[in-house]
Write a protein that binds this ligand. Structure first.
Ligand SMILES: Cc1cc2nc3c(=O)[nH]c(=O)nc-3n(C[C@H](O)[C@H](O)[C@H](O)COP(=O)(O)OP(=O)(O)OC[C@H]3O[C@@H](n4cnc5c(N)ncnc54)[C@H](O)[C@@H]3O)c2cc1C
Length: 425
């Protein structure tokens, strides 16, 4: 059995630790912030097995002026960050043409079709089923035009095996009577579910793994040195050697992968959430408003309203306009919501083609990558962890990983010295 270091205690890193330990490997986890210290803390909590339509789709060409100039748009590009973003945006637009977007959607659907298998054993063995709420996700369109605009993507989802039921206004009202009667159509996605508390889920998983012998180093990794025989992992006052290393550091993986020979255009898609304590009984399931780009999810501590996309790097300052937009639009959808609390900002790790990186590094087969899960890292965390275990064990993964290799960017390395950095210790 191998000694394996895992960097990052989000959905991807802790799932990797779980699958590795299940096979008997000896795992050491590097994470200075504890479980769920990154994007995994504040997401919308949905297991979105239907989410094969990436943000890089042909509608961005139509909507780009709105993203740049409208204060109502749920996707914003910060002008002051444009110089750093331009190379990533160029690639993003390149990946948004119909042919490339269809290829991305197909590759994502291959992952999503297997996503449940990444969680089944974990939920049972680590006693995590208690966080799972089985009510399916409802996606809403507030006008006939919006629904028509989404028809093509709904058809593509269906072709790719996503099962959904289309609801009219009456059926939406029956399902979720507290919603404003402003919604024209809805899609209810089969087999989706949500978590009552994503952070508590990961703390539960970490406690289970520690009880099974997981070693935790509260250390920010600064340096990775890999060769054919071993991987050295260095941080402040710390140095250790392993047989393998799995880099699962979300958006911060960029700087670590660069040390292993892969200069990747990984960018932060900033997203926000607001909590509405005590309001959870208003809805029974996650409700997404398609045109406004957010979800309302009933969780243990109230409804979480989460979403929007801001392209503005890794600074910690929040955009008050996007928080106002979330607050305003969620009250428009669900008038019974009270006053918002606990605004939160998180960084979705996103490659411009919308696919994660799953595979080996260029310099050493002993360094494994699992990051870049954009809007669906909770959904794909379990499966990605099982892929990491496959790679360490030298087994063929359950699916073809070619589309997810880091080296797919080698002819297009625009982003030298880009925006992500190793987090401070
Ligand atoms: C508003 C919002 C809503 C979302 N909703 C959903 C949803 O409903 N469903 C879904 O599937 N996904 C959703 N997502 C996306 C999802 O949250 C992310 O894709 C996922 O959390 C990424 O997980 P991760 O483990 O890759 O990264 P992270 O959760 O960011 O974890 C990375 C960890 O690595 C650690 N780290 C970084 N650098 C180092 C270092 N040098 N040394 C040691 N440790 C390090 C960090 O501290 C961090 O804890 C949402 C995201 C946002 C922002």
């Amino acid at each position: 059995m191998a000694a394996v270091a895992v960097i990052g205690a989000g959905f991807v890193g802790l799932s990797s630790a779980y699958w590795l330990m299940r096979e008997g490997h000896q795992v050491s986890l590097y994470e200075p912030r504890g479980a769920a210290g990154g994007a995994s803390f504040g997401n919308a909590g949905t297991f979105a097995n239907y989410a094969c339509i990436p943000v890089n789709n042909p509608s961005v060409f139509r909507d780009l002026p709105r993203y740049l100039f409208s204060s109502q748009s749920p996707l914003r590009v910060r002008w002051s960050h444009m110089h750093a973003l331009a190379p990533w945006l160029t690639r993003f637009l390149w990946a948004s043409t119909p042919v490339r977007y269809t290829a991305t959607a197909t590759a994502l659907s291959n992952l999503l079709a297997r996503a449940q298998s990444g969680y089944d054993a974990m939920l049972a063995e680590a006693d995590l089923q208690r966080f799972v709420r089985p009510q399916e996700c409802l996606y809403l369109y507030s006008s006939a035009a919006a629904f028509e605009g989404a028809r093509q993507t709904l058809q593509l989802r269906r072709r790719l095996g996503v099962e959904s039921e289309i609801l009219d206004a009456d059926a939406i009202a029956q399902l979720e009577p507290q919603l404003s009667p402003i919604f024209h159509r809805g899609a209810l996605f089969k087999g989706s579910w949500h978590l009552s508390d994503p952070s508590a889920f990961l703390h539960g998983l970490l406690a289970y793994l520690q009880a099974k012998g997981l070693v935790v180093h509260p250390v920010a990794v600064t340096t990775v040195q890999a060769n054919d025989r071993q991987v050295r992992v260095l941080g402040l006052n710390h140095e250790s050697a392993y047989d393998y290393l799995a880099i699962c550091a979300g958006v911060y993986s960029k700087a670590l992968a660069a040390q292993c020979g892969d200069d990747l255009p990984l960018q932060a898609e900033r997203g926000y959430h607001l909590m509405f304590p005590g309001s959870a009984p208003l809805i029974a399931r996650p409700v997404g408003w398609a045109e406004r780009g957010f979800y309302m999810t009933p969780m243990a501590h109230g409804i979480r309203v989460a979403g929007t996309v801001e392209l503005a790097g890794l600074g910690e300052e929040m955009h008050p306009g996007l928080l106002d937009l979330l607050n305003f639009a969620s009250h428009r959808a669900l008038p019974g919501l009270g006053a918002p609390q606990s605004p939160w900002l998180g960084f979705r790790p996103t490659l411009p083609d919308g696919l994660p990186v799953l595979g080996r590094s260029r310099h050493s087969a002993r360094v494994l990558y699992a990051f870049g899960h954009q809007h669906i890292g909770l959904t794909l965390g379990g499966l990605s962890g099982s892929v990491v275990a496959d790679l360490v064990s030298g087994r063929a993964a359950a699916l073809d990983l070619h589309a997810f290799r880091a080296q797919r960017f080698k002819y297009f390395n625009y982003e030298r010295g880009g925006s992500a950095s190793v987090i401070a210790p």
